[in-house]
Design a protein around this ligand. Structure first.
Ligand SMILES: *Cc1c(COP(=O)(O)O)cnc(C)c1O
Length: 343
């Protein structure tokens, strides 16, 4: 099967597995709840450096990374501004309402991108009967918009606005690595504009599990306490961080290949009269295709490809999503392109 449902379906590589043995591994792994896992400490330090922040915290998932960041920046009854298709709003089981008791205020963007003026318009006035706007969350790359990259100039404007209006700014950077690969902009250059950034190692990088939050020492200390409270304190996390370290070192430089494979697949859909695709949105490793002109439901289209050994997911009504990753070869991408032609 050629599995294009997500870039999370990758299997750990031989190098990742190999990192789990040897004297160095045995000497450094320990109980991270006791703060004794050196592999994790070293990795957290490396991630903080890469993103130009004081501290990093390794967490089980991207969802926990985002939700801990919301917890750090808000109090009960505060309001958070984010884009309507944001992962935090759509795919995190209403966690912000339950865990941080905040209200999410969505604003419709263009390809997942909110402009500074739109955010400015959504900030509440000061009267006590309004919720208090505390936090803005951006997403880069934007998952539901099809892997689109947030323009750095807009981030700069939003960051300036947030500082001026005394708001915190968080980045859901589950696929920040892809934005960096597409633009050549280093992670730090994005991260400097945010108070906290969440990154995933289990998306394009291919680690089996794990994410991180980076930010100031004091913010990460608060997140650390809540990670434990929410059941995310894990013991020998070196098993995961050793693999994540290999994933980051080996696979971050390879992400451009995923983007090239996505372009091959996108081109085939664009050439087919029954599919519609906005090629300008295919900026990274995600291909979102409108199937409404095919006269079939997205489920029927997905079944067609499944019968040809290709797994695809639906993202919303009439839209299918294909995501390239490490375990999809150039040949696989060509096979998918041929299958599109036979539709
Ligand atoms: C996948 C994803 C997450 C959440 O990651 P999990 O590890 O699945 O909880 C958060 N944000 C974005 C943009 C994502 O694509």
């Amino acid at each position: 099967m050629i599995d294009l449902r997500s870039d999370t379906v990758t299997k750990p590589s031989a190098e990742m597995i190999a990192s789990l043995s040897g004297a160095d591994f045995r000497n450094n792994i320990g109980d991270d709840v006791y703060g004794e896992d050196n592999l994790t400490k070293i990795f957290e330090h490396e991630v903080a450096e890469l993103l130009g922040k004081e501290s990093a915290l390794f967490v089980p998932s991207g969802t926990m990374a985002n939700q801990l960041s919301i917890k750090v920046h808000t109090h009960d009854g505060d309001e958070v501004i984010l884009e309507s298709d944001a992962h935090i709003f759509n795919y995190e089981s209403a966690a912000a309402g339950v865990l941080s008791r905040v209200q999410l205020r969505t604003v419709q963007g263009e390809k997942g991108i909110l402009k500074a003026e739109q955010i400015s318009d959504a900030i509440r006035p000061a009267a006590y009967w309004y919720p208090q706007t505390k936090l803005v969350c951006l997403e880069n790359t934007h998952n539901r918009a099809g892997g689109t990259v947030y323009p750095l100039e807009e981030i700069e404007k939003i960051s300036a606005l947030c500082r001026e209006r005394n708001l915190k700014l968080h980045l859901d950077g589950a696929r920040l690595w892809n934005a960096c690969a597409a633009t050549g902009i280093p992670p730090k250059a994005y991260a400097q504009h945010f108070d906290t950034v969440a990154v995933c190692f289990s998306k394009g990088l291919g680690a089996p599990a794990g994410s991180a939050i980076v930010g100031s020492k004091s913010d990460i200390a608060i997140a650390h306490r809540h990670r434990k409270m929410w059941g995310g304190g894990m013991r020998q996390t070196g098993v995961l961080t050793a693999m994540a370290q290999v994933a980051l070192a080996c696979n971050f430089p390879k992400l451009k290949e995923d983007h090239a494979k996505a372009k091959v697949i996108a081109g085939a859909f664009a050439a087919h009269p029954k599919f519609e695709i906005d090629l300008a949105s295919v900026q990274t490793n995600i291909v979102a295709v409108d199937v409404s002109a095919s006269g079939k439901s997205e489920d029927d289209v997905i079944s067609f490809f499944k019968s040809r050994g290709i797994l695809i997911a639906s993202i919303k009504r009439n839209f299918i999503r294909l995501v390239t990753h490490l375990d999809i070869s150039r040949e696989d991408a060509a096979t998918v392109a041929s299958a599109v032609q036979t539709f």
